[in-house]
Design a protein around this ligand. Structure first.
Ligand code: UGA
Length: 451
């Protein structure tokens, strides 16, 4: 099938590359000339395991193209995926300017039937706004072509995006029950047929429900994390091991094991933004989402928990102290630092007068960029970007772990002890067992593990 993907960000690039991998003829459009030039030179603007290979293979096969040519992009695909960014507006609602600009561009160029597929995470009612924006352009040009707007939210996780796209748990598609909507449904059915060979994974619904499903999923996952974080903080006070509790409750199939890991808060481009946007949607309809308000507040507080443990140990004034920080990305296998807990911890340590040495397996360049935006030059000057995890430790009072990279899971504890001034670890991701740490002679501060 001929497919156009508008936007080569995380979702757009992965969707385009993976749909090409299935044999489709994919045209990716982005207005950012630099990004398109990079992609056309074999580069990849994001760090995502496996993506570079899929892009290279499909470009070489002629099934995947990158361009800034709007007219050619609109002419190419019967299916036009909108996968542009929906950053949070000042009030927390999703900013739809890029989505609606994409819709207008389609309307400015299309001459025959198209299906517009909203892949970006967009609030309920966006498809109707896309339809209106596109129709206004058609009317202006006096073109009578018909179209349909479908919703097909993406559930991939950063760091496992290719795998998630190629082996989806479910495919959610919302279509209208109009004749055009039926045509959209048939095209989407054909497109996704390769994923449904063994068993049907597609959930068909109306467009609004599909839009809402995406927010409901992320809000539920964020709720589970904040719930466990809140219990972990209590566990610390009452001498309970939250990890034992996690196993104990997760074994109930009604609860399940996933997304119950307590830690130093969730970050990324999705949970914080989507929880806020759903709250904003509710407020717009006179409803307060009390649970989600708490989920957000608990998460904001949780990002301060590691810093709190550090000050409980060393006092509020950290002048003259030096800390090693392992992990900067908001989660492993990505260099993404949006809403990353490390940013909050670093700001606190530096503002209290400490100096730090930081290390992340892939986010070092991104860290230099975002920390320069976050921090005043005087604070930034107290950060050393270390060459390796062990290098970061040299002469530090303690180690703080913020991201659960695999490379941090089985370190040489003797080396850690030799390099730190005192063997103290603040573990924001509960990577180690308190009993093992005690045996190794390491003072260990996990999250909810003060048994
Ligand atoms: C999330 C969802 O998991 C995807 O299904 C969704 O498609 C995506 O958002 C999106 O809306 O685009 P992502 O933000 O890439 O994916 O990352 P997650 O793996 O969900 O992790 C989010 C954050 O939660 C990380 O900071 C992670 O450390 C934290 N987390 C996760 C916990 O603190 N505890 C857990 O048990 C799980």
């Amino acid at each position: 099938m001929k497919i156009t993907i508008i936007g080569t960000g995380y979702v757009g690039l992965v969707t385009g590359a993976c749909l090409a991998e299935l044999g489709n003829d994919v045209f990716c459009l982005d207005l950012d000339e630099k990004k398109i030039a990079l992609l056309n030179n074999g580069g990849i603007p994001i760090h995502e395991p496996g993506l570079e290979e899929v892009v290279a293979r499909n470009r070489a096969a002629g099934r995947l193209r990158f361009s800034t040519d709007v007219g050619a992009a609109v002419a190419h695909g019967k299916l036009q995926f909108i996968a542009v960014g929906t950053p949070p507006d000042e009030d927390g609602s999703a900013d739809l300017q890029y989505v609606l600009a994409a819709a207008r561009n389609i309307g400015k160029h299309m001459t025959e039937f198209k299906v517009i597929v909203d892949k970006s995470t967009v609030p309920v009612g966006t498809a109707e706004r896309v339809r209106a924006a596109l129709q206004a352009e058609l009317d202006e040009r006096g073109v009578a072509a018909t179209f349909s707007v479908a919703s097909n939210p993406e559930f991939l996780k950063e760091g496992a995006a290719v795998e998630d796209f190629m082996r989806p748990d479910r495919i959610v598609i919302g279509c209208d029950s109009t004749p055009e909507g039926e045509r959209a449904r048939e095209l989407m059915k054909t497109l996704y047929a390769p994923f449904n060979r063994n068993h049907e994974r597609t959930y068909w619904m109306d467009v609004r429900s599909a839009e809402f499903t995406k927010y409901a999923a992320n809000a539920m996952l964020a709720t589970r994390i904040s719930f466990m974080n809140e219990l972990a903080n209590l566990a610390d006070k009452v001498g309970v091991d939250i990890e034992a509790v996690r196993h104990g409750i997760g074994s109930d199939p009604r609860i399940g094991h996933s997304f119950l890991y307590a830690g130093c808060g969730y970050g990324g481009s999705c949970f914080p933004k989507d929880v806020q946007a759903l709250e904003r949607t509710a407020r717009g309809h006179g409803q307060e989402l009390l649970i989600l308000r708490a989920v957000e507040a608990v998460n904001d507080r949780q990002k301060l928990v590691l810093g709190g443990k550090v000050t409980a140990r060393y006092g509020e004034d950290l002048a003259g102290r030096h800390f090693a920080v392992w992990g900067l990305a908001f989660k492993p296998n990505t260099d993404d630092m949006r809403e990353a807990s490390a940013r909050v911890l670093l700001a606190e340590l530096l503002q209290r007068g400490a100096s730090v040495a930081v290390y992340d397996p892939v986010a070092m360049a991104e860290a230099r960029r975002v920390l320069a935006l976050d921090l005043a030059p005087a604070l930034l000057a107290r950060i050393r970007f270390a060459a390796s995890p062990m290098d970061a430790l040299n002469g530090a009072d303690a180690l703080a772990i913020v991201t659960e990279w695999k490379a941090f899971r089985s370190p040489d504890f003797e080396q850690i002890k030799a390099r730190l001034k005192e063997p103290v670890i603040f573990d924001g991701r509960n990577l180690f067992e308190p009993a093992d740490m005690a045996e190794a002679g390491i003072e260990y501060h996990g999250i909810g593990r003060s048994v």
